[in-house]
Design a protein around this ligand. Structure first.
Ligand SMILES: Cc1ncc(COP(=O)(O)O)c(CNc2cc3ccccc3n(O)c2=O)c1O
Length: 417
């Protein structure tokens, strides 16, 4: 594929940082190399000596003096090699991408999304996505001055017929013409969508991918809830069907290992991942070496089987939480609201009957009743559009708290009518 047409002028202008190149050259050099090049600080001056991390399975991870010095030092912009190697094998084993792919570590998938959008989206570009969608994505896209076009979706994700209808405004044979306004980017959250909890069927993914081929679009597959799919087999990803090299996938450890460690990944064609890394070089330089090493030590100690075994425990937790929320919704909300039980993720998308817009109800009445939810307008392309939905997360509250929260929500809906 020719990726040049997808890059913004800013991204195309990025050049490797000489200093970062030297750092990486030094890190690849034999120990006999004497370097007076890098402006890195001397770790012997750092006050930290060592660290050990107690794990819930009884194991301990240790940073001895030598490892601690490395953990506290600059590292490669695309990520530390041992973490990248482990993750590349996991991606290959889980998705078996049919075309060559590269990866880089990002500070959360939020950084990955932000850098992908800034690499690909020019002011005035038409960008396709299925709203309601993650508010962090809207926050990253809106300032870029692009035209966000909604593609209808339902509890099974983006509707291919709706995408076909939106794309019918353009002639696929003119996609590469200068000045073409045909969308180049499609963004979607394929599993346990935020805020809808929707998961895309395999059939729909295949149809959407074929339309992306027809109109030569890239697909950004934002998939932080991939490991929170409650049922097996896990749905095939867009990456697993990417015969052309048009998928840019963002993964995250936030929902399965830690959100505060800020570890995410971008997976995609090397020419595009390289552009993201050039941006990292000029912005954060790299994700924290310390947290990368901490996670890498854990993953190498667990192995892939241990990692997937941990995931099973996480899935069971969220399945129980989802079941508790659905049971409380059935008990308190069935006369005043509608919803679809999610098969992944941590969110329930609830439509309040007889309420045109939930903003005021949630931001005023619900607070009085001491129940906090997110009004649906937050997730819409036009946040001022009236939205009868609210997002409820079943990740943090106990089943008892969820039940009481829905009792409060039920009473305030009845009072609002
Ligand atoms: C679809 C989708 N894509 C990317 C991300 C970013 O995750 P990262 O890997 O941790 O950077 C997310 C995280 N979503 C949220 C985060 C959050 C953080 C503080 C407080 C509230 C938050 N709420 O509500 C969220 O939905 C997401 O849902």
């Amino acid at each position: 594929m020719n990726y040049a047409r997808f890059l913004t002028a800013v991204s195309a202008a990025r050049k490797p940082s000489a200093i970062r190149m030297l750092t990486e050259l030094q890190q690849r050099s034999p120990p006999t190399m004497i370097s007076l090049a890098g402006g890195a600080p001397n770790p012997n001056t750092f006050p930290f000596l060592s660290a050990s991390f107690g794990l819930k399975d009884g194991q301990t991870l240790n940073f001895d003096e030598a490892l601690m010095k490395r953990a506290l030092q600059y590292s490669a912009s695309n990520g530390i090699p041992e973490l990248l190697t482990w993750m590349k094998k996991l991606q290959k084993d889980l998705h078996n991408p049919p075309s060559p792919m590269d990866m880089c570590v990002t500070t959360g998938s939020q950084e990955g999304l932000c850098k992908l959008f800034e690499m690909l989206v020019n002011p005035g570009d038409n960008v396709l996505l299925d709203a309601p969608t993650y508010s962090g994505t809207l926050a990253a896209l809106r300032p870029l001055g692009c035209n966000l076009i909604n593609v209808s979706s339902d509890q099974h994700g983006m509707i291919p017929a709706a995408l076909k209808d939106v794309l019918s405004r353009w002639d696929p044979s003119e996609v590469h013409k200068a000045g073409s306004t045909t969308p180049k980017i499609l963004y979607t959250i394929p599993n346990g969508g935020n805020p809808t909890g929707a998961s895309m069927t395999t059939q729909r993914k295949q149809e959407v991918y074929e339309l992306a081929r027809q109109y030569d679009m890239l697909i950004i597959e934002d998939d932080p809830y991939y490991f929170l799919q409650f049922d097996k087999p896990w749905a095939p990803s867009f990456l697993s069907m990417d015969v052309d090299g048009r998928i840019l996938r963002t993964d995250s450890f936030s929902k399965i290992l830690s959100s505060g460690l800020r570890i995410g990944f971008v997976t995609g064609p090397k020419p595009l991942v390289d552009r993201v890394v050039l941006h990292i070089q000029a912005s954060t330089m790299h994700t924290s070496t310390f947290t990368q090493l901490m996670v890498s030590q854990l993953l190498h100690s667990w192995g892939q089987d241990g990692f997937l075994q941990h995931i099973e425990g996480v899935i069971e937790f969220y399945r129980k939480q989802r079941n508790a929320m659905i049971s409380s919704a059935d008990k308190w909300l069935k006369d005043v609201a509608e919803w679809h039980a999610p098969s992944a993720g941590m969110f329930l998308w609830i439509k309040l009957k007889g309420i045109a817009d939930t903003q005021q109800l949630i931001m005023e009445k619900a607070l009085e009743k001491e129940v906090l939810l997110v009004p649906g307008g937050v997730f819409m392309i036009n946040s001022s559009d009236p939205c009868p939905y609210v997002r409820a997360a079943f990740s943090l509250s106990t089943p008892e708290q969820i039940d009481e929260a829905f009792r409060r929500l039920s009473s305030l809906i009845k009072e609002a009518k």
